[in-house]
Design a protein around this ligand. Structure first.
Ligand SMILES: Cc1ncc(COP(=O)(O)O)c(C=O)c1O
Length: 488
């Protein structure tokens, strides 16, 4: 293959079109049925992909490599748009966002500086402004940036919250001087079932896991505000410094939403920052029927919004929004080659000033294209359908004596456990049955569901992001689970 890139040359354009056309056909041919997976075990997959070398002395050429890819890779990829794929907060990609991905990778803009992404920078700025409005912020003060995912959005917010607190309330420039003894007393509060990116972020920031205080949840899996209040008061008495509350708006397993209004009040009483990890629940804002469940997001100082979860966009696509955009200053550092100070004065925006990354993808295009393509009504239908499906599944499970359902869903995940009809069945034996059911679904039925633990017991989980899933599909999957469980 002589051609290297897409250019204005006829031969390059011809090859670009050929490769994309062939690829699109092979991808659609790989969708052979509704199942999510072709079934191989880890050992079988290792045998399929094993090669002596992936760097031959002389290139094999596109046609040969494409045949290999068609034979070994495409048939074994998870078909995430399948109605039998529901393990995690990881869903299919909407068609228009796949087209956007092609534009993104073909033009390969980098979002760090305006001279690497002129129109892309302006689209990201514009998109962020509309997102701030959508989540109830004053867009003239608020700001945000796209990130690689919820973990990085959370990490960015935690860092900015810490630096803001140290500057404003400890009169200490932590950006310049680092973590001193006083800073080692900083404490953040989050529910015991919040995402592990809290601990990871505090580790990376030099505060350690000890700075993350885990707050118990109630029976609906929401943070217990009375317990939080006591923990904060105890810490103050002990000489620690509470600086941040992180509310989870859509916990990873249960989709539960922490009580934002009460948390906001508590944060204000103690001059703390309130961050909302809405990596999962940010999509709820699009549903006319359910939007009120996340109304409190506008009260938070920062919000993590993930577009590669409920919003069904290709990985990666996430943003962190700040009520007061000026707090991004904590991330700004000037490099002569990249973000010259005079650029800003002359109206050239260098987004590296707000980002932990330097080179960065033009992910905003997916949001910009998809929001306009589907509009408010199209988006409302997608999100409402997935939440209605979860409500339906909950009602069925509650009335089926073969199952126990853990909590009423607030978004689109339902966690439950097969227990059979024998009231005296051994808990550990039932754990094994539930585990075997999930494995059997993967390898014998091409169906992927989730597995987690609640109150020390193994549970199954349906994460219903895909609006193509019907009530009939849910009914038939529950029947299948019962039939498998009875044979294990
Ligand atoms: C509540 C929550 N926050 C953050 C994350 C991390 O997001 P990402 O995987 O995009 O880094 C997840 C991932 O599932 C999550 O469930």
């Amino acid at each position: 293959m002589e051609e290297l890139f897409l250019t204005c040359e006829k031969s390059n354009k011809k090859l670009y079109n050929k490769l994309l056309k062939q690829t699109a056909k092979a991808i659609s041919d790989a969708f052979v049925n509704e199942s999510a997976y072709s079934g191989p075990t880890p050992d079988e997959l290792k045998a399929i992909v094993r090669q002596d070398s992936i760097l031959p002395e002389h290139g094999l050429g596109w046609d040969k490599v494409f045949e290999l890819t068609k034979e070994k890779v495409l048939p074994n990829l998870l078909r995430t748009p399948s109605t039998e794929y529901m393990p995690h907060l990881h869903g299919p990609s909407l068609l228009e966002t796949i087209a956007a991905e092609t534009i993104i990778s073909t033009f390969n803009q980098s979002m760090d500086s305006w001279d690497q992404s002129p129109v892309a920078t302006e689209i990201e700025v514009e998109t962020i402004c509309h997102l701030c409005k959508l989540y109830g912020y004053d867009e003239t003060k608020a700001d945000g940036v796209f990130t690689s995912g919820g973990s990085q959005s959370n990490q960015t917010a935690l860092l900015l919250a810490r630096d803001w607190y140290c500057n404003k309330h400890l009169n200490y420039d932590i950006k310049k001087y680092g973590v001193d003894e006083k800073c080692s007393k900083l404490r953040m509060y989050t529910s015991e079932i919040s995402h592990f990116s809290m601990e990871k972020s505090c580790h990376i920031m030099g505060l350690g896991y000890k700075s993350v205080v885990k707050v118990p949840v109630d029976s609906r899996k929401k943070m217990d505000v009375a317990a939080l209040r006591s923990l904060i008061e105890e810490d103050i008495k002990a000489g620690n410094i509470p600086f941040l509350i992180v509310a989870t708006v859509g916990t990873t397993d249960f989709g539960s939403i922490d009580p934002l209004e009460e948390l906001c009040q508590l944060a204000r009483e103690h001059n703390m920052w309130l961050h909302a990890d809405a990596a999962y629940g940010s999509g709820v804002i699009m549903s006319d029927k359910y939007r009120s469940r996340v109304a409190g997001l506008s009260l938070c100082d920062s919000i993590t919004v993930d577009f590669h979860k409920m919003f069904l966009m290709p990985i990666s696509c996430s943003a962190v929004l700040l009520k007061d955009g000026s707090t991004f200053d904590a991330l700004t550092i000037h490099a002569d080659y990249l973000n010259r100070e005079e650029d800003e004065e002359d109206g050239y925006t260098n987004l590296v000033d707000k980002s932990m990354q330097t080179t960065r993808r033009f992910d905003a295009l997916k949001v910009w294209m998809s929001f306009q393509t589907r509009g408010r009504d199209g988006w409302s239908k997608i999100i409402t359908t997935s939440m209605d499906n979860a409500a339906y599944l909950y009602s069925i499970l509650r009335n089926d004596s073969d199952f126990v359902v853990i909590t009423e869903p607030e978004i689109s995940s339902v966690v439950f456990r097969y227990k059979g009809k024998d009231e005296n069945a051994d808990g550990a034996a039932l754990d094994e049955i539930n585990k075997k059911v999930r494995r059997s679904l993967i390898h014998e039925h091409g169906t992927i569901i989730g597995q987690t633990v609640s109150s020390g017991r193994v549970c199954l989980k349906f994460t219903l992001l895909n609006p193509r899933i019907t009530h009939e599909k849910l009914d038939s999957l529950l029947e299948l689970i019962k039939n498998i469980a009875k044979t294990k």
